[in-house]
Ligand binder design. Structure first.
Ligand code: HEC
Length: 130
């Protein structure tokens, strides 16, 4: 009888908790979704380039994140942003929901659209290679 109550509670709690992941799992997951292998070189180019199509005051990922992802960045408000490279910040790419939320916001600011699974795989592959 007890189990009848415990099971539904677990099912309810699961989606509310952080969905923990690792940089390697994310690369694998996004690559599988894209159907292509991740390329750290393409990820670096995407991250460092100046783009059009998004908001004029945020043409690049480096506008807020430093061109050196092992260094601190700075949001438009001046608020410091911790390094994006997992080697400099072990909390990076460990929470799927957080990753998806910020890819969503940041890609739309810079490109004016969502990033593709292939682009996400590339960026995470590059950042984890540093
Ligand atoms: C307008 C400023 C801004 C721009 C431009 C920007 N970001 Fe971010 N980004 C942030 C902020 C703020 C956070 C959340 C705070 C934090 O994670 O420290 C964040 C977080 C992230 C995260 C979450 C990583 C994690 O798991 O902790 C990823 C991934 C990311 N950004 C990628 C990008 C990429 C790729 C680009 C370029 C397409 C980009 N960002 C451009 C401000 C920006």
């Amino acid at each position: 009888m007890k189990y009848l109550f415990v099971l539904p509670l677990c099912l309810l709690a699961a989606p509310l908790a952080a969905q923990s992941t690792t940089p390697a799992d994310l690369v694998a997951q996004y690559s599988a979704e894209a159907g292509t292998e991740a390329s750290a070189d393409r990820g670096r180019d995407l991250f460092l380039a100046t783009h059009t199509g998004g908001k004029p005051d945020t043409p690049s990922c480096t506008t807020c994140h430093s061109p050196d992802p092992k260094a601190m960045g700075q949001a438009r408000t001046g608020k410091p942003i911790d390094p994006l490279a997992p080697s400099a910040n072990s909390e990076r790419f460990t929470d799927l929901k957080f990753v998806e939320k910020w890819f969503g916001r940041n890609c739309n600011s810079v490109f004016g659209r969502d990033c593709t699974a292939a682009e996400k795989a590339d960026v995470v592959a590059w950042l984890s290679s540093l």
